[in-house]
Design a protein around this ligand. Structure first.
Ligand code: HEM
Length: 210
């Protein structure tokens, strides 16, 4: 996907996102992938440590509903990773951190995800969420983060076809190496990324799935 954002409004919540997607027809990933970001009203002048995210991932079939993830720093390693997968009526998530290209560890910092809405159908699962303490991370003193005031984020994405093992225990999921595409992309934030309604939208985040 290109770095320039597409702005769209999520019909269910009215939240306006800058997004970077890969279309369904792309050879990079079966089913397509889309990630969006909304920032607090001052998020383009002051580095925000939180955002509202939009994650739309694909499922192969009823048994392989899959998982997907984003790296909030770009590479898989030394970045806060967010992993998401559908199970039953819910989308589960797990923050992870990897120092090498192997199964990432549970992230031990204070990142917190609260759900605003989720949708699951036979081909896709979509999560709209508030992510607090997600743009500045600390892993045993190893610091990192995104600087939203620069108007730019480096992000990574992955998708996988097989569902995680232990799907209802986020700290104990087992994953196979992602097999449905991956990449690092530069994400330019334009003026639509930051919105005065952010506080009202963030207040819609009331659901935790654990
Ligand atoms: C890339 C392994 C889980 C995010 C890679 C690569 C390997 C790997 C070997 C490099 C492949 C290449 O360059 O050809 C694994 C294994 C996993 C795992 C064995 C678990 C068993 C995850 C998870 C996430 C993730 C949970 C995020 C939530 C990424 C991203 C890339 C990547 C964004 C592309 C950027 C980069 O090369 O650093 N992974 N991965 N991975 N992985 Fe993973």
């Amino acid at each position: 996907q290109g770095p320039l954002p597409t702005t769209f409004t999520d019909a269910e919540t009215g939240i306006v996102f800058n997004s970077w997607g890969i279309s369904n027809e792309s050879t990079q990933t079966r089913g397509g992938f889309n990630f969006g970001v909304a920032l607090p009203s001052d998020g383009l002048t002051v580095d925000s440590d939180e955002f509202i995210g939009y994650l739309e991932c694909s499922s192969k079939d009823a048994t392989n509903t899959g998982w997907c993830g984003v790296s909030l720093g770009g590479p898989m390693t030394n970045s806060l990773l967010l992993t998401a997968w559908p199970n039953g009526e819910d989308i589960y998530t797990s923050f992870r951190y990897a120092s090498g290209y192997a199964m990432p560890d549970v992230y031990t910092g204070n990142a917190q995800l609260t759900q605003i809405s989720s949708r699951i159908n036979s081909t896709h699962f979509t999560l709209v969420f508030r992510c607090q303490n997600c743009l500045r991370w600390d892993r045993f003193g190893e610091l990192g983060g995104a600087a939203t005031s620069t108007g730019f984020m480096l992000l990574g994405w992955v998708q996988a076809n097989p569902s995680p093992g232990n799907p209802t225990c986020p700290d104990q999921i087992t994953l196979e190496q992602h097999d449905n595409g991956m990449g690092i992309f530069g994400a330019v934030l334009d003026e639509n990324a930051a919105n005065p309604s952010y506080t009202a939208w963030a207040a819609l985040a009331t659901k935790t799935v654990t």
